[in-house]
Each structure stands twice: as C-alpha cells, then as structure tokens.
Design a protein around this ligand. Structure first.
Ligand code: NAI
Length: 364
C-alpha cells in the first residue's frame, strides 16, 4: 500500500478530541498515512499570532490533501472566517456533503441517501461586507437610490451576493459528473430565482444549460429553497444529488444532518482542481469541548471520504462498515446519539466509542 502524506489540522474545541479519534481509526483501517500537523484557529493565534498562518496553506499545497477539525469563528467581530479564507486560498470550489442514514443513529429516517453539492466560493459567503455607518455603505446606499432600486435605511449594514456564470457552471458540472461517476440518476438545483432574478435566476438558468449537456444520462429538476426544505423533511427520498449556491447549501447541510441523527455524524469535503480539505459539517462545539463526550463519527466519515479520494477505497469501506456495525449494535454510542434516539442507555465517551471502532477494525 502506498504511503500518503496528509496535513492534519485539529482546529479548536472538540476538534482536538475528534481529530485524535479519527487518527486512531484511520490507522486501524490499515491506511499508511504520514500526518503532517498544521494549525488554524485559536491554536494558530497562540503560536503564530494569526488564525490561518501561511505555513498551514503551504503544508496543504505540499501534501495536496488535508483533514481539518472545526475552527471557532467569533460572531459579529472583525475576525474573518478561517474556513472561508482556506477555501479561497486553495480554490476549493466544491463543498461535498453526503446525507446518509446510519441505522441506529436516531435519525428521523433510516433510508436517506443523498449528496449535497454546495458552491464554495461566492454568494453571501464571499465575505464582501460593509459595516453600518461606514463611508462605503453610505456610497452603496446612494448608488442604489440613484439606480432607482429603492431606499435603503442609512443605518444598514450591507452584504454583497455575487453569483457568477463561471462558478455556477463549474459547480453544476461537478454535480452532474459526480452523479455519473457514482451511478446516481438525478440532479436537483435549489434556488430562490422567483425573488432574486439576477443571482439565483442566473444560477437556475446556467444549471438548465448544463443539464441539457447531460440529457438522457442524468435527470434534472429544480426547487425553490423554501419548498426544498419542506420536501426534505416530508420525503428526503425524492432527492439524489442536490446542487446549491453557497448559503442555501450550508443551511441544507444542517437540515440534512438533523434528519439522519444530527451533526455528530455529518461528514464533508472541500474540493478543488488541485487540493482537497476534508472536514465534518459541525463546528467547534464550545459547550462540550474538553469533556471527552463529542461524537467523532463525522470526522471519521470525512476521513473515509479522504481515503476514497486518495484511492484507498478498501480502507474507507472498512471504516464505514465498522461505523455501521457499532451503530447497529447500539451498545457504545455517544450522548448526542442517545439523545437523538430518545434512549436512556448510558452514553459512551468519545474514547470508548473510538475504542469500539478500533476493535471492529481488528486492532483492539
Ligand atoms: P456547533 O456545530 O459547534 O454546535 C452546535 C450544537 O451541536 C452544539 O450543541 C454542539 O454541542 C453539538 N455538536 C456539534 N458537533 C458535535 C459532535 N461532534 N458531537 C456531539 N455534539 C456536537 O455549532 P455552533 O455552536 O454554531 O458553532 C460553534 C463554533 O464553531 C462557532 O465559532 C462557529 O463559527 C464554528 N463553526 C466552525 C465550522 C468549521 O470550522 N467547519 C463549522 C460550523 C461552525
């Protein structure tokens, strides 16, 4: 088996615990990994004075692949999101988030199997914001009035929502190619084109153009985002591959996670032409950090996606089989899953759950 160099960014909060668990499970799967540690978030501020040091980006550029724990982003401060900066620096234009039921995980459904493909580089996440009361906000407000767009209150903060033909074409093509490669039959584009004609409307019309290239091979339909949410809750089986602009994709990922057992099991990847960074959907969970009670499944399943990406499908499948087996047995599950399933059984710690997985992988 080939040895693979992987950049490991544990991140903040529960990231420290879930990353250690993930490492143990990946090693127990038989994958031969050379971990190259790197920092982001609060640990990076302590060590380097900045939340995303150049050495972290350089490490990912060297290895090509990273697995990252969550990073705390203080709300409403000048601190720019490390995740957004990392995605921009490495041109990770795809955010891939599978929503799969794991029987025993306490989900609302036991048969969900869809994939969220979220555009990762623009939309309201582009980080183009103007503070209320700033000169730039006042200029923009004046410009909008001059253009006859109506009045914006002078004490408004403003975020810009760019949606381009280029980025939309790239993400929708990725969704269709993913569907073909994974024998999936339909792509659904989600938008609010009825209200935001020049952004979401553009997203929809480009999606339709791309869909025409795949006609006869992959089916296509579209949903308005609010109707999509309702349909997801009522019957998620109607969705297969679902492609979103950035913000809706972020919200839909948590909705999907909620249907299958919660954030503790929701995995993901950020993918570009050259590099890929794998990470769980959840954040740093400051409320439970340092207590050894976090569920590491999401990061472990993100690592399985990473192993697929590196051509180590057998190791990835061993990990997924071990996860399914521990959940099906139901003896060693973390507190979030006990709560989601309404179970009064004692919860396992992060370490105990990881021990159970490692044992399943034949390394106990
Ligand atoms: P969160 O995902 O950290 O937590 C939401 C709730 O889910 C909490 O009650 C938490 O205890 C629970 N939870 C999350 N992951 C869990 C796990 N693995 N096991 C058990 N319970 C789990 O979201 P929140 O509180 O909104 O964000 C906290 C911080 O994380 C913020 O600074 C936010 O910006 C950041 N964040 C970072 C992300 C990343 O780095 N990829 C993604 C999302 C949020």
């Amino acid at each position: 088996m080939a040895r693979h160099a992987v950049t490991l960014i544990p991140g903040d909060g529960i990231g420290v615990e879930t990353s250690a668990a993930m490492q143990r499970v990946v090693e127990a799967s038989g994958a031969d990994i050379e971990w190259q540690g790197a920092e982001a978030g609060e640990s990076a501020i302590r060590a380097h004075g900045v939340p995303l040091p150049p050495s972290t980006i350089e490490s990912v550029k060297r290895t090509g692949v990273a697995i990252k724990g969550p990073v705390t982003t203080p709300v409403g401060t000048g601190f720019r999101s490390v995740n957004v900066a990392l995605r921009q620096a490495l041109e990770l234009y795809v955010c891939l988030r599978p929503v799969h039921s794991i029987p025993g995980a306490g989900g609302r459904y036991d048969d969900v199997d869809l994939v969220i493909v979220r555009e990762n580089s623009e939309d309201l996440y582009a980080g183009m914001e103007f503070e209320a009361g700033s000169e730039e906000a006042a200029e923009l407000i004046a410009l909008c009035e001059e253009a006859g767009l109506g009045r914006i209150r002078p004490d408004s903060g403003i975020s810009i929502k760019p949606i381009s033909v280029t980025a939309t074409r790239a993400i929708v093509r990725y969704a269709f190619d993913y569907a073909l490669a994974h024998r999936r039959s339909k792509v659904t584009a989600v938008h609010k084109a009825n209200i935001m004609k020049h952004t979401d409307g553009l997203f929809l019309s480009v999606a339709r153009e791309v869909a025409a290239e795949y006609e006869g091979r992959v089916a296509f339909d579209d949903r308005i985002v609010d109707a999509f949410c309702m349909n997801m809750v009522i019957d998620p089986s109607q969705f297969d591959v679902v492609v979103f602009p950035n913000l809706y994709g972020d919200i839909a990922s948590d909705l999907g996670a909620g249907l299958v057992g919660g954030l503790g099991i929701a995995s993901g990847a950020n993918i570009g032409e050259k590099y890929a960074v794998f990470e769980a959907v959840h954040g740093s969970a400051p409320d439970i950090a340092g207590k050894n009670i976090a569920n590491p499944t999401a990061e472990i399943l993100s690592a399985a996606m990473m192993l697929d990406h590196m051509g180590e499908q057998a190791c990835a499948e061993r990990i997924r089989a071990a996860v399914r087996s521990v959940y099906a047995e139901g003896e060693t599950l973390t507190a979030d899953i006990r709560k989601a399933s309404g179970s009064s059984l004692a919860a396992a710690t992060c370490t105990e759950f990881t021990d159970a997985l490692v044992q399943k992988l034949g390394c106990g």
